[in-house]
Design a protein around this ligand. Structure first.
Ligand SMILES: [Zn+2]
Length: 340
């Protein structure tokens, strides 16, 4: 399906669902080259279990996948980049990425991707594969979820924060804010701050352990399904805080581990937390990756830096009509530089 057809259909959806003006969409129809839209997710969960901090209910994920299949040409990330390099069509290619390697990717996302025969790439933090690991950002969400609704005060290190808590969206916002503070700190400091908060505030850990994928599941998906794998470091740390040799160990260690386990070259990398700087980007190239995905918002085209690929976070978008709107707005940010 050509970009015009795809975007015209989206325009119809937008008019149908929200009555939005089509001015922006008409402008976007004037493009004459292929583009690649990368949509990112983390967890795909059964709504009855609660979706966790980064989770999308499986029903919503399925509607997204169906919508993408109906409106775009959905390809693997590798394929999409090859098509941009050829640059001979006007197609809007789309690709799905899932980060971190949660077990629910196998349990809930994989059956949907297989059902619609839609490819996806899962980026793995390899030291946690096969573990009952809880990432620190999930612990923060558990802590924030344990408070009763109403005003709260919470200490994060030397910072005294005040919030007024109500439903889950607000609790996710508060967790985002706390996590944005923690991500700037050294690993050991993050661990001790979280332990302190858990001791002081956590009434009960309602979410339980967040099991990660095992190599058995990864191999099954690599061999049978339309799923490919990329690296997301060994331990999911903020690479900008580490020394060169530590960064290289995180990068090359995760790349080699996946290659050894699945028997295929790993070309793609995704920056943990979307954090990068020029030094980290150079080390990603030195570690042998061919491309890296950032959290800079927008679409990719032929001349987009292959080590700063743009993406759109789709895990918190509740309806396919909102997904259409997000894609439409971002189609004007091909060269944009927001977020990270
Ligand atoms: Zn991640």
């Amino acid at each position: 399906m050509g970009i015009k057809t795809g975007l015209k259909n989206i325009a119809k959806d937008l008019f149908y669902y929200s009555g939005m003006s089509g001015v922006l969409l008409r402008l976007s129809l004037s493009r004459r080259y292929p583009r690649l839209l990368v949509l990112t997710y983390h967890r795909v969960s059964r709504a009855s279990n609660g979706c966790g901090y980064l989770g999308v209910p499986v029903g919503v994920f399925e509607r997204h996948v169906r919508f993408l299949r109906d409106h775009f040409k959905v390809v693997s990330l590798q394929d999409g980049l090859e098509r941009l390099d050829k640059g001979k069509d006007k197609e809007m290619y789309t690709t799905i990425n899932l980060d971190d390697g949660y077990m629910d990717n196998y349990l809930y996302a994989y059956p949907v991707l297989k059902k619609y025969n839609v490819p996806a790439t899962i980026f793995l933090a390899t030291d946690f594969i096969g573990e009952e690991h809880i990432f620190w950002w999930d612990k923060v969400f558990s802590i924030v979820s344990s408070f009763a609704p109403g005003p709260i005060k919470i200490e994060v290190g030397s910072e005294n924060l005040s919030f007024d808590l109500d439903g889950i969206p607000k609790r996710k916002q508060v967790s985002d804010y706390i996590n944005s503070i923690l991500v700037t700190k050294e690993d050991a400091i993050v661990s001790s701050l979280i332990e302190g908060m858990e001791e002081k505030y956590l009434i009960s850990n309602k979410t339980g352990p967040a099991a990660m994928l095992g190599w058995r599941h990864i191999n099954e998906m690599a061999n049978n399904g339309p799923i490919s794998f990329g690296a997301h470091t060994r331990t999911h740390r903020n690479l900008s805080l580490l020394k060169d040799d530590e960064v290289l160990d995180e990068l090359a260690g995760s790349k080699k581990e996946i290659e050894k386990r699945i028997g295929r070259e790993v070309k793609g990398f995704s920056y943990p937390f979307g954090v990068y700087d020029e030094r980290v980007k150079r080390l990603v190239m030195e570690a042998g990756f061919k491309y890296a995905r950032s959290t800079i918002k927008g679409l990719n085209q032929r001349d987009t830096d292959r080590f700063l690929l743009r993406s759109i976070g789709a895990g918190s978008i509740p309806k396919e009509s909102f997904l259409a709107a997000r894609i439409s707005v971002n189609s004007f940010k091909e060269q944009g530089c927001e977020g990270a």
